[in-house]
Design a protein around this ligand. Structure first.
Ligand SMILES: [Ca+2]
Ligand SMILES: [Ca+2]
Ligand SMILES: [Ca+2]
Length: 292
């Protein structure tokens, strides 16, 4: 007994030192929202308004989301403050990339608002959502949150092909409008078709100790409040596209009120690989000069 306790404590200490990703499964939506909001969010949640769709194992609280890359722009370090995870299958996924087609059938059905954005009926599957009403102080114009999107439905390792109508995605609906999107010409929702490939960190072969084949480094989405409403609505939706396979997840942290006048996700700015190659070339030249 004593021996096993010592073993347990040793294991806990090792886990803490490595700051491994830890997931606590829950579909308690008050708890999920309270964790996402933090202490001074500036949002006052309307009592009794919190709802959502999902299995007890489909969402959860996470801590220790911090993965080390290889130092290149294509595989940066990936981290986000503690928060909540929504998934199209299971909140708790393997700590290694075990499959290129990881998926769990949740059977939670579609989301009609996202279907409408995509322009196709019943095209979202295994949805996991969190929805609530809230009020804000005068002068507040926006709400925002950090997020990391990750998926096994990611080219070229799945049946996803460029030009396909859709892939799994994430919606951030403020007063009925989705702001989880890049500016045009990128498409109307956050999915891998509307994310430039260079922005996605490939995880096959495995570099990061997590199941997902493709991970988008931390971004911030900002939604604008409808000025004609005194009570606002926010709905977060993570969904499978077209079938329950090749799951995806979104890790969310730090939902808060703001004074932004621009909604959406800022346009991605490429870090041209040519610059990296040029820098490497200059480094070689400098090294050769030093040798002479
Ligand atoms: Ca995988
Ligand atoms: Ca699924
Ligand atoms: Ca999928």
């Amino acid at each position: 007994m004593k021996h096993s306790l010592v073993m347990c404590l040793t294991a806990l200490a090792a886990g803490a030192a490595q700051a491994q990703l830890a997931i606590t499964e829950t579909d308690n939506r008050e708890l999920l929202l309270g964790t996402l909001l933090g202490a001074s969010s500036g949002l006052s949640v309307v009592a009794g308004s919190v709802s959502g769709v999902g299995l007890p194992t489909q969402s959860g609280l996470y801590s220790g989301f911090s993965f080390t890359g290889d130092g290149t722009d294509l595989h940066p370090d990936l981290s986000i403050n503690d928060g909540i995870v929504l998934s199209s299958g299971a909140a708790r996924v393997p700590e290694h990339n075990t499959l290129e087609h990881y998926g769990v059938w949740a059977g939670t059905g579609n989301n009609e608002r996202v279907d409408a954005i995509l322009g196709q009926p019943n095209v979202t599957w295994d949805t996991n959502s969190l929805k609530f009403d809230f009020t804000v102080a005068a002068g507040t114009t926006s709400v925002s949150t950090d997020f990391i999107f990750a998926s096994d439905e990611f080219a070229p390792y799945s049946y996803y092909t460029p030009g396909q109508v859709g892939t799994d995605g994430f919606a951030f609906l403020v007063d009925g409008v989705n702001y989880a999107r890049f500016p045009a010409p990128h498409g109307p929702i956050f999915n891998y078709q509307n994310v430039p490939d260079w922005l996605v960190s490939h995880n096959q072969p495995e570099l990061y100790g997590i199941e997902w084949d493709g991970i988008v480094p931390r971004l911030t989405v900002t939604g604008l409040l409808d000025p004609n409403r005194s009570v606002h609505t926010l709905e977060l939706v993570l969904y499978d596209y077209n079938d329950p396979s090749y799951d995806s997840a979104v890790y969310l942290s730090g939902l808060q009120a703001g004074q932004s006048l621009v909604g959406g996700i800022p346009a991605p700015v490429p870090e041209p690989q040519t610059w990296a190659l040029l820098a490497a070339g200059l480094g070689i030249v400098a090294a050769l000069k030093r040798r002479r």
